[in-house]
Design a protein around this ligand. Structure first.
Ligand code: 26V
Length: 756
C-alpha cells in the first residue's frame, strides 16, 4: 500500500489540503482513516473453529500507534511525517483514549486480542460500545470527581455494520446495533474484529457529572461501564447491559455459524466461547434458548453449549463474585428464567450439595456456579490463584470436576508494553540480542549474557534516566507538577482497592515524612507515584485517594521534606499514562494482601521495562520471584496460607487489627491521619472514617505487613545507590519477562482450551 498516496488523497478530499498544510488534528484524522481502512481490508484468519472472547471490558488504549505497528506502517508513517516537518508523536496525542475498561481484566482482554491476531488465530471480541466509558477522573479539593469520558467523535476506530439484532427484555424490545473495530495482527497479515453492540438511540452525555436516569434503559444502556450499583435501578441496569451483550453476541455466533455452512447442532465443533469473568455468564442460558428455538432438544442444546463455553475466574473477592436475584432476571429477561431453573435442577441431580447450586435459598443466581457446571473449562490467571481456587474458593467444584480446572498465567503484549512505549530500551535490546525476541519473547533471556558488560549496564541506566526525564516533561505539561528526574520513581498504578493496599504505601510516605522532619534523611530522594481510579460508590477507596492527595499537598508545601520525598497522584490514570510512566519506573509496587490479587499484569509490564518489583508473594509475583531469583526482587509480608488462616473463624487465630495498631511505630503512623497538619488540608470526617477503619477493622491487613514493608523498601532505596548492581537487577528482570508475553498465554489457551 502506498501510504503517501492514500494520505494525500484523504487530506485533499476531507480538508482540501495537502498533508503538509494540515494541523495535527487533521493529520490524525487522515491517518486514522487510512489505517482503519488498511486494517479493515485485511482478511480474517482461516479455520474450522472460531473463538469468541466475551467481556464487559476491553481497555484498548489508543490504537493509532499500535495499528501502524501491526500493519508494518509505523516507520513509513514516521518518515513521511518527518518529511513534512511533522512529528508522529504529536499527531498521536490527538487521539482520545477509549475508556472501555476498569483495570486488569479489561486490559488483559485487549492484550489477548492483540496476541490472538498476531498468532493468526480466528478469534473475535464481543462487548458493549460504552459512549462515556468508566468515567474521567478529576481532582477537586483533594477528592475524586467523576465526569463522562466520551471518545467517539465524527471519526473513530468504529466501523459501522449493517447488522442489527433484536433483544427482547421483559415488556419491551431493544435493537442491538453492531459496530466493529478491526484488530490487525502483527506479522500475521490477518485481522480479527472486536464486536461492540450499541443501542439504536444512545443518550447524549449527562449534564451533571455521571448522574443520569438509570431507568431509561433504552437510551442509557450503553452510556457507562459499571454504572453505580448503589441502588436497585443501577443493579438492574447492569443486568440489562449483560443480557443485551450476550443476547446480541449469541445471535451473532449463530448467524456466523450458518454463514460458515454449519448447522446449530454442530456449534461446539466449530465454536468456542471464553467467558471473561462472570459478566457474560448469561450467554449460557441465552444460547440454550436460541438453540432450542432452532429445533434442538433441551438435552442437545445443553450438550452443545457445555462443550462450547469456557470460564475464566479473575478474583476470589467474595463481593466481586456476581450473584443476581432471580427476580432481576425475571424482569430483564423472563425467557431465561425457566432455563436457569432447569440448569439448576440438573446440577442438583449431579451434585446435591446446596453450596454448589446455581440458585440458592435466597433466590440468588450464582453466575460462576452456572459457568462451572455448564462449561468445559475453568481457569485461574496465575499459578497461585488457580491453586487457591482448587483448594479453597472453588474446592467443592474441583472435587466434582477436577479435569475442568486449569491455570493460564496472564501475559501482556510486549508490542505495546515494550516496543511501542519504550523505543530506547527496545533499541538497546535489539543491539544486544537482535530482533528475534519479537517472534519468540523467551529469547529475551539472551540478555543474561550481558550481566557483566559495563557498557550495556550503563546504557541501561541512561535509558531509564531519559525515560524519567521524559516523564517529568509530560507531567509538567499535563498537571503543572515539577519533579526531580534523579529521584527514585516508586510506582503504584492499578485500580484503587483496599486489598491492593495503596493505604499501606501511604503509611510508608507518612513514616518517611516524619523521619525527614526529624532530620533523619533517606539515602536517596524518592518520588512515590500513584495512578488509580476508585469505583464511585466505594467510599473507603475514595477516602484513600483523599489521603494520598492530602499527603501530596502537605509535602508540596514543605521545603524541608520536598527535596527528599514527593508524592504524586496522576489525574485520570489510564493506558496512555501507563505507557508514559512504566518506562520511567524504578520500583514496581505490587503489595496486595497475599491471596487477594489473582494475578496482576502491571507487575509484568513494569518488569519488562526494567523496574524491580517490591511485592508480596501474591498472584503472578510468585512466578516473577521464581524467575528472577531472590536477589532481583524485594518480597515481604505474610504468605497466602497464613492469610487464609487469619480469615478463618475457627481456632481463635483470627486477625485483629488492634493487636498490630498498638505497637509504637504503627500507632504513630495511623494516628497521623488525625494530625493537625493533615486535618488542615483534608476533610476531617473522611480522614476520621479512614483512621477508624484502619485501626479497628483493616480487613486487608495493612497493619500486619506495614513494618516489614517499610524496612524492605528502605533496603531497596539503599541498594539503589549501588548503580551497577541495580542495573544488573534491571537487566535480569527484562531478560526474564519474556515468559509474561501474552503470546505465550494465548498459545496455552489455544493448546489446552480452544483448539483453534
Ligand atoms: C471489580 C470491582 C469493580 C467495582 C468495584 C469493586 C470491584 C472489586 C473487584 C473487581 C474485580 C473484577 C475482576 C478483575 O478485574 N480482576 C483482575 O483481573 C486481572 C486479569 O486477570 C488480574 O490481573 C487482577 O489480579 C484481577 O484483580
Amino acid at each position: 500500500m502506498d501510504l503517501k498516496e492514500r494520505l494525500e488523497q484523504t487530506t485533499r478530499e476531507r480538508f482540501g489540503l495537502a498533508p503538509d498544510r494540515c494541523d495535527d488534528r487533521q493529520l490524525y484524522e487522515a491517518l486514522l482513516i487510512v489505517t482503519r481502512r488498511a486494517a479493515e481490508e485485511r482478511p480474517a484468519p482461516a479455520g474450522e473453529r472460531k473463538l469468541y472472547y466475551f467481556s464487559a471490558e476491553f481497555l484498548m488504549g489508543k490504537l493509532l500507534d499500535n495499528n501502524l505497528l501491526a500493519l508494518g506502517l509505523r516507520d513509513q508513517a514516521q518518515e513521511l511525517l518527518a518529511s513534512w516537518g511533522r512529528d508522529l508523536n504529536a499527531v498521536e496525542e490527538q487521539e482520545p483514549e477509549p475508556s472501555l475498561g476498569n483495570g486488569g481484566l479489561g486490559r488483559l482482554a485487549a492484550c489477548f486480542l492483540d496476541s490472538i491476531a498476531a498468532l493468526g488465530l480466528p478469534g473475535d471480541g464481543v462487548g458493549l460500545c460504552y459512549h462515556y466509558g468508566l468515567f474521567r477522573q478529576k481532582f477537586v479539593d483533594n477528592r475524586q470527581a467523576e465526569f463522562p469520558d466520551p471518545w467517539i467523535g465524527e471519526e473513530s476506530w468504529l466501523i459501522p455494520t449493517e447488522t442489527v439484532f433484536p433483544v427482547s427484555c421483559g415488556g419491551f424490545d431493544l435493537k442491538a446495533k453492531l459496530w466493529d473495530v478491526a484488530i490487525p495482527g502483527a506479522h500475521s497479515g490477518v485481522a480479527n474484529r472486536l464486536h461492540l453492540f450499541d443501542v439504536e438511540e444512545p443518550a447524549p452525555p449527562p449534564e451533571q457529572g455521571i448522574v443520569f436516569d438509570k431507568t431509561d434503559i433504552v437510551h442509557h444502556l450503553t452510556s457507562f461501564l459499571y454504572p453505580d450499583d448503589g441502588d436497585e435501578a443501577g443493579r438492574l441496569l447492569r443486568v440489562y447491559q449483560q443480557y443485551f451483550m450476550v443476547s446480541a453476541g449469541a445471535q451473532l455466533i449463530l448467524q456466523e455459524l450458518k454463514e460458515r455452512g454449519y448447522s446449530p447442532a454442530e456449534l461446539a465443533d466449530h465454536t468456542v466461547i471464553q467467558i471473561n469473568d462472570t459478566h457474560p455468564s448469561m450467554v449460557i442460558p441465552e444460547l440454550i434458548r436460541l438453540l432450542t428455538a432452532q429445533g434442538l432438544t433441551m438435552d442437545e442444546a445443553i450438550e452443545q453449549v457445555s462443550r462450547t463455553c469456557a470460564y475464566t475466574n479473575h478474583t476470589i473477592l467474595a463481593e466481586a463474585l456476581e450473584k443476581w436475584p432471580m427476580a432481576f432476571i425475571e424482569k430483564v429477561a423472563p425467557q431465561l428464567v425457566p432455563i436457569i431453573r432447569e440448569l439448576d435442577r440438573r446440577a442438583r441431580e449431579v451434585c446435591p450439595d446446596p453450596a454448589l447450586a446455581i440458585l440458592d435459598e435466597k433466590g440468588l443466581v450464582h453466575m460462576a456456579h452456572m459457568d462451572i457446571h455448564y462449561g468445559f473449562s475453568v481457569n485461574g490467571v496465575a499459578a497461585l490463584h488457580t491453586e487457591i481456587l482448587k483448594k479453597s474458593e472453588l474446592k467443592g467444584f474441583y472435587g466434582l470436576y477436577p479435569d475442568r480446572f486449569n491455570n493460564k498465567t496472564n501475559g501482556v503484549t510486549l508490542r505495546r508494553w515494550l516496543e511501542a512505549c519504550n523505543p530506547a530500551l527496545t533499541r538497546l535490546i535489539d543491539e544486544c540480542i537482535g530482533g528475534g525476541w519479537r517472534q519468540d519473547p523467551g529469547r529475551l533471556v539472551g540478555l543474561m549474557d550481558f550481566m557483566d558488560n559495563d557498557r550495556v549496564l550503563s546504557h541501561l541506566l541512561t535509558v531509564k534516566q531519559s525515560a524519567r526525564e521524559r516523564f517529568c516533561r509530560t507531567l509538567r505539561e499535563a498537571q503543572g507538577i515539577e519533579l526531580d528526574p534523579n529521584s527514585i520513581f516508586d510506582v503504584q498504578i492499578k485500580r484503587l482497592h483496599e486489598y491492593k493496599r495503596q493505604q499501606m504505601n501511604a503509611l510508608y510516605v507518612i513514616q518517611k515524612y516524619l523521619e525527614i522532619r526529624e532530620g533523619r534523611l533517606p539515602e536517596h530522594s524518592v518520588t512515590v507515584l500513584f495512578g488509580a481510579k476508585a469505583a464511585p460508590a466505594y467510599v473507603m477507596a475514595r477516602h484513600i485517594i483523599h489521603l494520598i492527595l492530602c499527603l501530596q499537598r502537605l509535602i508540596e508545601n514543605d521545603p524541608v521534606v520536598r527535596p527528599w520525598l514527593r508524592v504524586v497522584m496522576l489525574e485520570n490514570y489510564n493506558v496512555t499514562w501507563a505507557e508514559q510512566l512504566i518506562p520511567a519506573a524504578d520500583i514496581s509496587e505490587q503489595i496486595s494482601l497475599a491471596s487477594k490479587e489473582a494475578s496482576g499484569t502491571g507487575n509484568m509490564k513494569l518488569m519488562a521495562n526494567g523496574a524491580v518489583t517490591l511485592g508480596t508473594l501474591d498472584g503472578a509475583n510468585v512466578e516473577i520471584a521464581e524467575l528472577v531469583g531472590p536477589g532481583n526482587i524485594y518480597t515481604f509480608g505474610a504468605h497466602s496460607d497464613r492469610v487464609l488462616r487469619l480469615y478463618d473463624d475457627r481456632g481463635g487465630a483470627r486477625y485483629r487489627s488492634l493487636d498490630y495498631y498498638h505497637t509504637p511505630r504503627v500507632e504513630r503512623l495511623v494516628d497521623f491521619l488525625l494530625s493537625p497538619e493533615l486535618l488542615e488540608l483534608g476533610d476531617a470526617r473522611a480522614l476520621a472514617e479512614l483512621w477508624r477503619d484502619m485501626k479497628g477493622k483493616d480487613w486487608f491487613m495493612a497493619l500486619l505487613d506495614v513494618e516489614e514493608y517499610i524496612s524492605v523498601k528502605d533496603l531497596a532505596v539503599r541498594q539503589y545507590g549501588d548503580r551497577k548492581s541495580w542495573a544488573r537487577k534491571m537487566l535480569v528482570n527484562i531478560a526474564k519477562s519474556g515468559y509474561f508475553s501474552s503470546d505465550r498465554t494465548i498459545r496455552q489457551y489455544n493448546q489446552d482450551i480452544w483448539h483453534l
